[in-house]
Design a protein around this ligand. Sequence first.
Ligand code: BV8
Length: 248
Amino acid sequence: MRISIPSELVDLLRNAQHVAVLTGAGISAESGVPTFRDAQTGLWAKYDPQELATPEAFRKNPRLVWEWYAWRRELVSKAEPNPGHQALAELEKFVPQFTLITQNIDSLHTRAGSQNVIELHGNITRTKCADEGHFVTTWEQQEEVPPRCPYCGSLLRPDVVWFGESLPYEALKKALEAAQKADFFLTVGTSALVQPAASIPLLAVERGVTTVEVNPQKTPLTSYMDFYLPGPAGEVLPVLVSAVLGAK
Ligand code: BV8
């Protein structure tokens, strides 16, 4: 697919002093990690992620929710960062201030080399206990699933934000600050349906700074954006970043 980037956009990004980026599951699609909107595959096809990613589901059927996350953890561990993740890690090196805000829980931005990453919805590779939040890195393969916390005996769960749970205070605070200070805001691969993450780019729109969206599909954000680049992140971002770095 031929990607064309308006030269005005390249100049704006090349001269930006503080770039903020919000990413969603779409940037990991080309790494083989299914997006939240993708139909779930195989064993999980009959489950709605929005039903499973809740405290209620965990209370009702902790084993099912634990096994869903174990399957996703396994899938994420086999995934590799793609050129979209890598392009953002490259861009960060050349921009005076760069904040990467992600809704993703797959660690692929960090594994691609991005430094200043804010994980709004936690991280599937971290496990904690449900009652006290004790972090646990290993657990005995026990009869009982989910395993229990060695410190307090409560059930273990992934360190992710479920629907109905509040986002980590510091992460959200830093993300909002970045949106208030950035002079360039890039949104990549999110359906912009989940709050409060989906409203963060609108803070930049309100301030009149340059806003850009990269997504093969339009979203509720598209009409507010200064630039909409239709296409997969793994193809669009490398073209955008090399146009900027090449022009440096
Ligand atoms: C909160 C971690 C305060 C877990 C996730 C009623 C009761 C309670 C809450 C609510 C309510 N009504 C509304 C709410 C708020 C709720 C919400 O927004 N609900 C929505 C569904 C209406 N939000 C919350 O509950 C949040 N907490 O508000 O706390 C509170 C507290 C108590 C009571 C009320 C309020 C917590 C939300 C966080 C949930 N956790 N993830 C896990 O992953 O298992 S959300 C999860 O889905 C993701 O993290 C992401 O944030 C979200 C959406 O996914 P996307 O990343 O956008 O991906 P998606 O699949 O949707 O879209 C993919 C996109 O990529 C598409 O646009 C596609 O076109 C594009 N794409 C595809 N391929 C590519 C591509 N783009 C680029 N390149 C490609 N190759």
